[in-house]
Design a protein around this ligand. Structure first.
Ligand SMILES: [Zn+2]
Ligand SMILES: [Zn+2]
Length: 132
């Protein structure tokens, strides 16, 4: 493993926030000031090709990187782009009979979209205490 790979793998290991390449670049530069964004992208692609991480597009504008290579699903905040893992089985979730269009389905990934707790707190007006 190159030092760049080792560092990025270290930044992602146990990291549940599904960071973007840009945010990983910012963190990587603190440890390796000469690293370029291009190297970060390339290294992330290498790690994905090696099966060490997953790259996912959940519609937040940038690819997200996930060290969690077990089958799981995601919760996505439509306001701030926060992504969290969900481990759950959806045993009834199959392509309806006659709709598979010749596909043999190997995996199912579910994205639940909504608003996270932090964004919800921002929209709920704080109750004002009125004294006299
Ligand atoms: Zn949010
Ligand atoms: Zn994930």
């Amino acid at each position: 493993m190159t030092p760049q790979r080792q560092m990025l793998f270290g930044l992602l290991h146990g990291n549940g926030v599904h960071p973007t390449a840009e945010s990983l670049y910012a963190a990587a530069r603190e440890q390796m000031p000469t690293i370029s964004l291009r190297t970060v992208y390339q290294t992330l692609n290498d790690l994905e090709a090696m099966g060490e991480i997953h790259q996912l597009d959940v519609g937040t504008g940038s690819s997200r990187f996930d060290p969690n290579t077990d089958a799981h699903h995601h919760l996505v905040c439509e306001r701030c782009g926060k992504v969290r893992d969900i481990y759950a089985d959806f045993p009834g979730l199959t392509v309806p009979r006659g709709r598979a269009q010749g596909f043999a389905v190997n995996a199912v990934e579910v994205v639940f979209r909504g608003v996270c707790d932090e964004c919800r707190d921002e929209t709920v007006p704080k109750r004002k205490e009125v004294n006299g």
